[in-house]
Design a protein around this ligand. Structure first.
Ligand SMILES: [Zn+2]
Length: 517
């Protein structure tokens, strides 16, 4: 492929770099396009043929998918003729590589169920050994997972697709470490968006006419409200209240939230999964802090990250000291946190349970968790694998499924009896399962692809795709996507969680309440 980049002024007068990537489109022999169906969430390649007379016949809609087939179709299980190969770019920090690999390989389970073994292969590019360093991530022949350091939470999984067949030819995912590092300013950026979550274009249009009822105004500080109202009057009335779906500029795909919906094909839209994960990291800090104090039995008290902001560390220290005074810390907790708080003896009529021994190498028990950028590896690892799996899902052709998080109840997720991951799809924006104050603690994240994901892969890549559709009424296979999040179904929402979202909201409120106390 040939890469061309040039700078040109845009209407605002700013210089912007335009980048084109041109490649020769070769049809892959033996590929047959697969028809799209609204019940299964794939990105779609579609076109209109005005040579046909009937309106219905004019439209052709194919799903976007890879050309993947068994090497030996007669076998129940067979390796693929040609696997989908992902290279993990050498810019991905070594400490994160295994989790990125894990997230990619989660999908192999779904392919195995339709008889294709090791459909996806992962290779490491490495600058020290020189492995695969001759391959360029910009090259259309190679699929790369790349890594950027930034201070915003982003992750994208775009792909290049044959415009006549929907065959996916190349995919490159960009992950960033922003969501791991910038949790402290995330709330400021995310809350105004979250407050508007689920409002459709009609509601936004109504808010434009009645700004005094707009949550963004109601939740603003009283000293700002009059100014904001004034600004709104100056701005005037916008189409659909400025809803992102009405703002889509279809000339460039992937830069707007609802890209492609207003045009013929959706190659891929904007993905905000990483933003949600950034928020969850902030929740993690609160959750772990409270776990160190609560009445909940914790088998392994979480380590306190070294690089916490000093004021947060001070706060934790103070709370731990208080808890120690009240005799609320068990011996494991004392061992974990002893060095931070020193020797504090329980007061009151409780028998002192803490030992008089000086802090330090008592028992010489190894800290079981390894901190990665200030976060325990057993937490950040699965979080990154989950996010990677979501983005890889986009590059396999899959769209978001915001219904998936509502399949299981909070109790089911944390009962220890659940035989599946905590929701039915990695393609939702699944919050982290912090069961604060509840019984038991299930997986925090998706630890594999879900039931819906497997079914979607069976539709897109399996032999008898029409047969798969017969299962479409099963509760775990429901599909609702971006444009459904402002529709009538209260369970197809982004960032909601569990079969009863109120239960989930209550655990979070409990956490906030206890922290404030
Ligand atoms: Zn996404």
């Amino acid at each position: 492929n040939t890469e061309i980049a040039f700078e040109a002024p845009v209407s605002s007068g700013q210089l912007v770099t335009f980048h084109y990537s041109l490649s020769n489109l070769a049809k892959s022999p033996g590929y047959s396009p697969r028809e799209a169906d609204d019940r299964v969430g794939y990105f779609v390649t579609s076109y209109k043929d005005l040579g046909q007379f009937g309106v219905e016949e004019q439209y052709t809609r194919y799903i976007n998918r890879w050309h993947l087939e068994k090497a030996d179709p007669k076998r129940r299980l067979s390796p693929p003729k040609e696997p989908i190969v992902f290279y993990i770019d050498h810019t991905v920090p070594v400490r994160y590589r295994r989790f990125v690999r894990q997230g990619i390989e989660y999908w192999n389970k779904a392919f195995e169920e339709i008889g294709i073994l090791n459909a996806i292969e992962v290779r490491y590019q490495d600058s020290t050994t020189g492995a695969h360093m001759d391959k360029d991530p910009e090259d259309v022949r190679y699929n790369f997972i790349r890594w950027l350091s930034n201070d915003i939470s982003t992750a994208i999984g775009p792909s290049r697709v044959h415009p006549e067949t929907g065959e996916i030819l190349d995919a490159d995912i960009v992950l960033t470490d922003g969501w791991i590092r910038v949790y402290w300013n995330e709330s400021h950026n995310l809350f105004p968006d979250l407050a508007m979550e689920g409002y459709g274009p009609e509601t936004l249009a109504w808010f434009d006419r009645h700004p005094e009822w707009d949550p963004r105004i109601l939740l603003a500080s009283p000293s700002e409200r009059d100014h904001m109202l004034q600004q709104r009057h100056l701005q005037g009335i916008r189409a659909y209240g400025g809803h992102p779906a009405a703002m889509v500029d279809s000339t460039m795909y992937g830069d707007d939230e609802y890209d492609g919906l207003v045009d013929l094909s959706q190659h891929n839209g904007c993905c905000m999964a990483a933003q949600g994960k950034g928020m969850e990291l902030a929740m993690m800090r609160m959750h772990f802090e409270m776990l160190g104090l609560g009445d909940t039995e914790v088998s392994e008290p979480p380590a306190i990250p070294d690089d916490l902001p000093p004021e947060l560390k001070e706060m934790i220290k103070k709370r731990l000291e208080e808890a120690a005074k009240e005799g609320k810390l068990n011996p494991e907790m004392m061992e974990q946190y002893g060095s931070l708080i020193g020797n504090v003896e329980p007061e009151g009529d409780d028998e002192p349970e803490t030992t008089e021994e000086p802090k330090g190498d008592k028992g010489a028990k190894e800290d079981p968790s390894d901190l990665i950028d200030g976060v325990p590896d057993w937490f950040i690892g699965p979080a990154l694998a989950d996010l990677t799996c979501h983005e890889v899902g986009h590059t396999l052709g899959l769209r978001h499924n915001f219904k998936a998080s509502s399949v299981y109840t909070l109790d089911e997720m944390n009962s220890g009896d659940l035989k599946t991951p905590i929701t039915s799809s990695v393609m939702d924006y699944n919050p982290t399962n912090f069961n604060y104050g509840g019984e038991g603690q299930g997986d925090y994240f998706m630890t594999s692809v879900g039931e819906y994901d497997k079914w979607a892969i069976a539709y897109g890549y399996g032999d008898d795709h029409k047969k798969q559709l017969e299962r479409c009424t099963e509760p775990a296979l429901q599909f609702q996507t971006d444009e459904d999040t402002w529709g009538p179904d209260p369970f197809s929402r982004r960032y909601d969680f569990t079969a009863n979202p109120i239960d989930y909201a209550n655990t979070r409120m409990r956490l906030v309440h206890d922290l404030r106390e």
